[in-house]
Design a protein around this ligand. Structure first.
Ligand code: PMV
Length: 332
């Protein structure tokens, strides 16, 4: 085993992302480092201002990895997911030392924007850099081991993921869109994305159809994005979202993330379109609804969604940069 590559501290900051074209389903993994390889291609937008800051350093004298999230020491399954990423870093870099990791999230958990995506991306960026691994595709692969969608948070702006690592498609200033998140519930979801997608793959009769159509919907989304065709992007995004949720609803026991207020928000988006305002909705593994629109239309969308009984809050999110890694201690 070689010497430690870096003795100081590394700070990495990553933003959350949300999927326009959904990842739902994993390819079979024959080894730990093949975890979370996607069964379908996905397309996402990395967001500004919401994310995770992680500080990593080697702790050669410690007995094991020590990880803190928002000041609390991790244990159990959340710790195991982090250690899976650290184990892969040690294996690739031929190192043995435990790490000390401290992370802070700036994502309100109520927003239903996966903080695990920014968290695992920042972890891979910071701990990877400690071990001399800083190629973005390599960092994306490392992040993916912790959480599939985290592979996309390594890159800024518009990102595609259809293999071991995600890849950037367009920078954050490619298109002036906004995402309005309508928060309808702050309750913790009953079934997380990992368990839900595995249950779907095992038991939903619609899963094979979902996988089979995914490439076509992805290609549609990629084309619409390149051409800044909002109507085309919305059509692909809503098809991907509907099919993902339909596929999950077909599982045994069925998985249902939607609430009455989610459906009310969806109908409101459809009404806005009929009134002439182009916008589209999507949902992930939770009841909150995300609406994509031109930036200049965000005020109208916020107003329309805020009027729905049961919508507790609307949050506006904008495209953001990829991971930022720096050496040494700094504030943030
Ligand atoms: O990578 P995970 O386990 O957070 O799964 C993400 C699943 C969805 O958010 C529903 C879709 C996606 O592509 O992000």
């Amino acid at each position: 085993m070689s010497e430690l590559v870096l003795e100081g501290e590394v700070r990495a900051e990553a933003g959350v992302n949300f999927a326009l074209i959904k990842y739902w389903g994993k390819a079979p993994a024959r080894a730990a480092h093949e975890a979370n390889l996607p069964a379908v291609p996905s397309l996402s937008l990395t967001l500004a201002d919401l994310g995770t800051v992680t500080r990593a350093r080697f702790a050669p004298d410690a007995a094991e990895d020590a990880v803190w999230l928002d000041g609390e020491r991790l244990a159990g399954e959340p710790l195991r997911r982090v250690v899976a990423v650290l184990d892969r870093i040690r294996s690739v870099a031929a190192l043995r030392s435990p790490f000390e990791i401290r992370s802070t999230n700036s994502v309100p958990t109520a927003a239903g924007l996966a903080s695990s995506a920014s968290g695992m991306a920042a972890l891979a960026g910071a701990a990877g850099r400690c071990a001399g691994l800083d190629d973005p595709a390599r960092v994306s692969e490392l992040a993916r081991i912790g959480s599939g969608s985290a592979s996309r948070s390594v890159f800024g702006g518009w990102v595609a993921w259809d293999g071991p690592a995600a890849r950037p498609l367009h920078p954050e200033d490619h298109w002036d869109l906004a995402v309005v998140v309508a928060i309808v519930s702050r309750a913790r979801k009953k079934i997380g994305s990992r368990a839900a997608m595995n249950l779907t793959a095992r038991t939903s009769p619609f899963y094979a159809g979902w996988v089979q159509q995914a490439r076509g919907t992805f290609d549609e989304g990629v084309r619409a994005l390149a051409e800044r065709d909002l109507e085309g992007l919305v059509a692909a995004m809503e098809a991907s979202t509907m099919r993902m949720h339909a596929c999950a609803m077909g599982a045994r026991p069925p998985i249902l993330y939607w609430q009455a207020e989610s459906l009310a928000a969806i109908h409101r988006v459809r009404a806005l379109r009929e009134e002439g305002l182009m916008c589209g909705w999507t949902m992930d593994a939770g009841p909150n609804v995300k609406v994509v629109c031109e930036r200049e239309a965000q005020g109208v969308v916020v107003e329309a969604l805020s009027e729905i009984p049961g919508v507790q809050e609307c949050m506006v999110c904008l495209p953001g940069p990829g991971i930022r890694v720096s050496l040494g201690r700094s504030e943030g």
